[in-house]
Write a protein that binds this ligand. Structure first.
Ligand code: ZN
Length: 128
């Protein structure tokens, strides 16, 4: 009985060593990988010539409170987007990947409080 217990302990020790080794080599691999991709072309789906912006039901874009202009494809960097406020001269270049509309909704809230920047406000303003 005693010898059985000690052998299973050895087995679990050995497997934990193997696990550690695997995670280390995976880390090394992903580091090499990211170094490679920064030197090569960025293979982003946004750099595809067929890529088009969708309105995604975002009120401020559906109602043209901002214009969005896709920037020319540059394979050495992430695809960018020029965003311009139609009410004032505010404009900004954003990366298409991970773009957040919240900052632009906040812009209307702060700078143009009389213009509805979502559906709820639109209803309230129409009632007045
Ligand atoms: Zn503005």
């Amino acid at each position: 009985m005693a010898s059985n217990a000690s052998s299973s302990q050895q087995t679990s020790l050995a497997s934990s060593i193997i696990l550690d080794h695997t995670s280390q080599s995976t880390q090394q691999y992903s580091q090499q990988n990211s170094q490679l991709s920064s030197q090569q072309n960025i293979n982003s789906r946004y750099n595809n010539p067929d890529f088009q912006l969708k309105d995604n039901d975002i009120y401020i874009f559906e109602n043209s409170l901002f214009t969005r202009i896709l920037q020319p494809i540059d394979h050495t960097k992430e695809r960018e987007l020029l965003i311009q406020c139609i009410t004032c001269s505010y404009k900004k270049i954003e990366k298409v990947a991970g773009f957040q509309s919240l900052n632009y909704v906040a812009h209307y809230k702060r700078k143009h409080p009389n213009i509805a920047h979502n559906k709820e406000l639109e209803k309230i303003k129409q009632l007045k």
